[in-house]
Design a protein around this ligand. Structure first.
Ligand code: AMP
Length: 143
C-alpha cells in the first residue's frame, strides 16, 4: 500500500498560509477547518514551513498573549520532512515515528500534492486489517 491510496480516498486538498500570517489567524484557520497543521508557502507555492497546533501552544507558552499578533514564521518548523505518493505506508509511519510528528506533506515533481496525518494512516490501517480479516473468514468458511 502506498501513500497515493490514502490521497485517493481523502483528496489532495491542502490548506496553506503565508509565512507572514499572524498566529491568531492561523489558530482560527486550524479550529475552523478542524485540522491539526497547515503549511506555509512562499509566493511561488514552495513549502517554506509547517505549523501545527503544538507550535501554537509553544508560542503562547513562550510569549503569552502577545504571540497572537506575531507572524507564524516566528514559530513554524522550517526543516519540513516530506514524502512521495509512491512511498509505502510503512515508510510514512517510520518518518512520523522518527521525527515525532503527525503530519507529512506529499510532493509530486517537487510540487505540493496533498498532506497525510497520523489519523489518515490509522484509518487506512484499520480498513486494511478489516479487509484481511474478512478475506480470511471467507477462506475458512468456504474451505
Ligand atoms: P505534529 O505532531 O504534526 O502536531 O507536530 C509536532 C511538531 O513537529 C511541530 O513543531 C511541527 O511544526 C513539527 N512537524 C510536523 N510535521 C512535520 C514535518 N512533516 N516535518 C517537520 N516537522 C514537522
Amino acid at each position: 500500500m502506498t501513500v497515493s491510496v490514502i490521497l485517493s480516498n481523502k483528496g489532495h486538498n491542502v490548506f496553506t498560509v503565508d509565512p507572514d500570517e499572524k498566529v491568531e489567524a492561523v489558530a482560527q484557520l486550524l479550529a475552523g477547518k478542524r485540522i491539526g497543521a497547515v503549511l506555509a508557502t512562499s509566493g511561488d507555492g514552495k513549502v517554506v514551513g509547517i505549523v501545527s497546533e503544538r507550535d501554537l501552544i509553544r508560542a503562547i507558552a513562550q510569549k503569552g498573549a502577545s504571540a497572537l499578533k506575531r507572524p507564524i514564521s516566528d514559530f513554524m518548523t522550517t526543516n519540513v520532512v516530506t514524502c512521495q505518493g509512491t512511498d509505502s505506508i510503512a515508510v510514512l509511519m517510520e518518518k512520523m515515528t522518527a521525527g515525532k510528528f503527525r503530519h507529512l506533506p506529499v510532493l509530486k515533481g517537487g510540487k505540493l500534492d496533498g498532506i497525510v496525518s497520523i489519523g489518515d494512516v490509522v484509518k487506512q490501517r484499520i480498513a486494511e486489517t478489516e479487509f484481511e480479516a474478512n478475506a480470511m473468514r471467507e477462506y475458512i468458511s468456504t474451505g
